[in-house]
Structures are given as C-alpha cells and as structure tokens.
Design a protein around this ligand. Structure first.
Ligand SMILES: NC(=O)c1ccc[n+]([C@@H]2O[C@H](COP(=O)([O-])OP(=O)(O)OC[C@H]3O[C@@H](n4cnc5c(N)ncnc54)[C@H](O)[C@@H]3O)[C@@H](O)[C@H]2O)c1
Ligand SMILES: [Zn+2]
Ligand SMILES: [Zn+2]
Length: 402
C-alpha cells in the first residue's frame, strides 16, 4: 500500500509499505478514504519532536472498514467510520472517566497514544491506504452516508481539529454571552472560534498575521486582529472600548474589564514573536493570553508545548521549561486548562451537529490532494503559503471526487 513516512527533517516520502494485518481479535483494518495533515504533524516535519525515520505518519483518519477481528462486535466490514486521533483502551481508570487523551494502557511510554506520532506509542499513521485500528469497538465513530458525499470533509475533521477546537472552548470556559480571544487562525484556532460561536459567545476575536486565515476567521463570524498592525492585546482592548453598548452598561470600577472572559492559545511552542514575526518566541502567545483575560477569567492552552525539543533555542526550552508570568496569573485569579483533546468526549455530538445541518466545519478546508502530492503539501503548509490552511489527502476513487 502507499503511505507517507517521515524520513528526516522536512523530508516526507510516499512509498510502498506492507498492508497492515490484524494483530489482535479486537482490531479492525480500515481502508482510508480521507486523511488530514495537521499542524501537529509540522512539529515532527520541522524536526522539533524526534521521530524514527520510516514512521508512517497521519492521525486524522476516516474510511471504510475492510476487516474486523473475532472480538469486534459493533463494527463490521463496510461500515463508514472516523477515528479519534487518541487511541484508547476504553477500560482503564482514565478512559472510564472520559479522559481518553490520557489512556493508561495503550502507550508503554506515557499516558496517551495516537496514530503515527512521536512519543505516542507504536502505532502506524493513517496518511496511508490502510491503517490498523486497535480496540475497534471503542475507537471507531460510526458515520452515516457514503464515501465522497457532502459530509466527507466535515466528518474527517471529527478525527481531530473540530473536537480539539471545541475542547479548547471547554478549557477556556466559553459559554453563552462570554467574550473570547483566540490566538492562532490555523485549523484549530478557526474551529475554536467556530465552536465559540456555536456555543453563543458574545464576541470572538481571532489573532494571527496571515491574511487568508484572518479572512476565514471573519467569514466564520469572528473579529480578525492582525498582530502585524501592533500589539494584539492592545488592539483587542481598543476594539472593546468601541463597543458602546458594553461601555454604557458598566458600573464604576467595571471599566477594568478591558479584556475578555476567555483566552485560547491555538499556537503552542512554535509561536512567532509579535514584533519580529520571523523569530520564534515560545511564550509570546501564553503571555498575551494571560494579559488579555479579565480578572477571574480562564485560559485554555490547546496549542502544544512538547519536550524534548532538539530545535529549541536554549537548554531549558529543549526540556520544555518556559518562563511563566505566575504572579500576574495568580493576582488575576485565572484558571488554566491544558492538554490533548479527548476527542471521544465530543465527536458524537459534533457529528450530529453536522448531520443535522447545524455545523459545517469543512469551511476551513483549503486543499484536496492525491497522496503523491503529500511531500510538497507538507512544505507549503509548513510555510503557510498560497492559502494552505487545511490539506486533506484523498484516496482511491475519492481522488476523482476531490
Ligand atoms: N491539544 C490538542 O489535542 C491538539 C490537537 C491538534 C493540534 N494541536 C496543536 O494546536 C496548534 C495549532 O494547530 P493548527 O493545526 O491550527 O496549526 P497551524 O500551525 O496551522 O496554526 C498555527 C497558527 O498560529 C499562528 N501564529 C504563530 N505565532 C502567532 C502569534 N504570536 N500570535 C497569533 N498567531 C500566531 C500561525 O500564523 C498559524 O496560522 C499546534 O500547536 C498543534 O500541534 C493540539
Ligand atoms: Zn492533530
Ligand atoms: Zn484507557
């Protein structure tokens, strides 16, 4: 079968690999119809998370079940499914509590597992014609329709970025009427904005400096803020001051609410410096998020901070240790949520929003490609050029549909 493998820094290769075989009676084999390239894949592509050369990558996977083991009872050959990027057992302490992002049994090296990802266990990825699904009863989300229909791209986004964007809003305590600032207008930031709007947030700001991405944020109903035009936190304070309805309803003292209730970091440790965007500044967004939130507000870090990081600028950062404005954070009585998204907590509900026409996350998809184009697509997505925002790889007959 054809698959995309990591072959060293900024080197992805499409080549032939053996088709996976069932290893356990609880496994299923999936024929992939669509697979996404994620911003998280870029950390590996950039050499910022060490990965064995030859590893098949890709953790955003959907398709049709080709074969199931004898112990699989609720999924059968021919079923259309999407896989949460987290691989989980379903029976450990954390899985029982819905924390499938911290499954204790699937990764001997830590408390989380995923397809084709550094440090996430021995699982091949799904930027491939076939992928092996462990504990298929638990890890498959069943889908209606047929491959290539109007939902194909929406459903693919249920593997990661839609539930991840939604989870970011949970981490930052977004609820109806709240004000939200999101840093990063990549797929995760855009879908965090979309999820905030679905939840009924009063105002949603999205910060980035890539014009196509900011335009997409606006199209989704958010207020774009370009950090090339000056300090994004000050820009948000100014925009809020212009909202007369809000300003006129303040009692004395409440004018201190110059920021927002909720902030989301959808960038992570490869954040660029606001004033020198060609330079990396790993804590730029973390600092901005803490500054922009009003006293007693909440911050959600959904962009990743990973270690070891051989490409970091100093020894502490290589170990994942960063300065944190703890005094301001404490003084403002803020709360903080972090970590991978437990996709399975949300994917059924979000699927049903799609099926019932209440959500269309595929608005953020920018490119459909054939697997042979994957190496070039990684490169363009990494450089964020030509509107490369969300790239989906199509397989088999699907390439004609794309
Ligand atoms: N926690 C999870 O479960 C989870 C899941 C998926 C992705 N992620 C992470 O979320 C992050 C975003 O993913 P993505 O797919 O949207 O990636 P992406 O790389 O496409 O998007 C990141 C965006 O941040 C912008 N940016 C850089 N510096 C900035 C700054 N100082 N201020 C504002 N914006 C800035 C970039 O221009 C880019 O548009 C990545 O770190 C990814 O690894 C986390
Ligand atoms: Zn991802
Ligand atoms: Zn588990």
């Amino acid at each position: 079968m054809k698959a995309v493998s990591y072959e060293g820094v900024r080197k992805m290769l499409v080549s032939d690999h053996p088709k996976p075989k069932l290893k356990s009676p609880a496994d299923a084999l999936l024929r992939v119809t669509t697979s996404g390239i994620c911003g998280s894949d870029l950390h590996m592509f950039d050499g910022r998370t060490p990965l064995d050369e030859g590893t098949v990558v890709g953790h955003e996977i959907m398709g049709v079940i080709e074969e199931v083991g004898d112990a699989v009872s609720s999924i059968k050959k021919g079923d259309r499914v999407v896989l949460p990027f987290n691989i989980a057992c379903g029976f450990c302490y954390n899985c029982h509590r819905g924390n499938t992002h911290s499954c204790l049994t699937m990764n001997p090296e830590g408390a989380s597992a995923a397809y084709g990802y550094a440090g996430m266990g021995p699982y091949a990825g799904g930027q491939a014609e076939f992928v092996l699904v462990p504990y298929a009863d638990f890890n498959c989300l069943k889908l209606p329709g047929t491959p290539g229909d109007k939902w194909e791209d929406d459903f693919l986004l249920l593997a990661d970025v839609f539930p991840t964007g939604y989870h970011a809003t949970e981490l930052a305590c977004v609820s109806p009427g709240k004000t939200v600032a999101i840093f990063g207008a990549g797929p995760v930031g855009l879908l965090a904005a979309y999820s905030s709007i679905l939840k009924g947030a009063a105002e949603v700001y999205v910060v980035d400096n890539i014009p196509e991405r900011l335009a997409k944020a606006k199209e989704l109903g958010a207020i774009p803020v370009n950090f090339s035009n000056g300090d994004p936190v000050e820009q948000i304070f100014k925009l809020r001051k212009k909202n007369k309805g809000i300003q006129q309803s303040y009692r004395p003292g409440e004018e201190k609410l110059e920021g927002v209730d909720c902030a989301i970091d959808a960038v992570g440790y490869q954040a660029r410096d606001d004033t020198r965007p060609n330079k990396e500044n790993s804590t730029q967004v973390l600092e901005n998020a803490i500054r922009v939130v009003n006293p007693a507000g909440a911050v959600g870090l959904i962009g990743v901070y990973l270690a070891p990081d051989p490409g970091a600028g100093n020894k502490d950062a290589q170990k994942g240790i960063f300065p944190f404005p703890l005094a301001d954070f404490f003084d403002k009585a803020l709360s903080l949520g972090t970590g991978q998204a437990p996709v399975k907590k949300y994917n059924e509900y979000l699927r049903d929003l799609i099926v019932n026409g209440r959500a269309k996350p595929s608005k953020i998809v920018s490119h459909h490609i054939d697997i042979d184009q994957a190496p070039q697509a990684y490169d363009k997505f990494d450089k964020r050029v030509y509107g490369y925002t969300k790239v989906l790889i199509k397989f088999g007959d699907m390439t004609k549909a794309a």
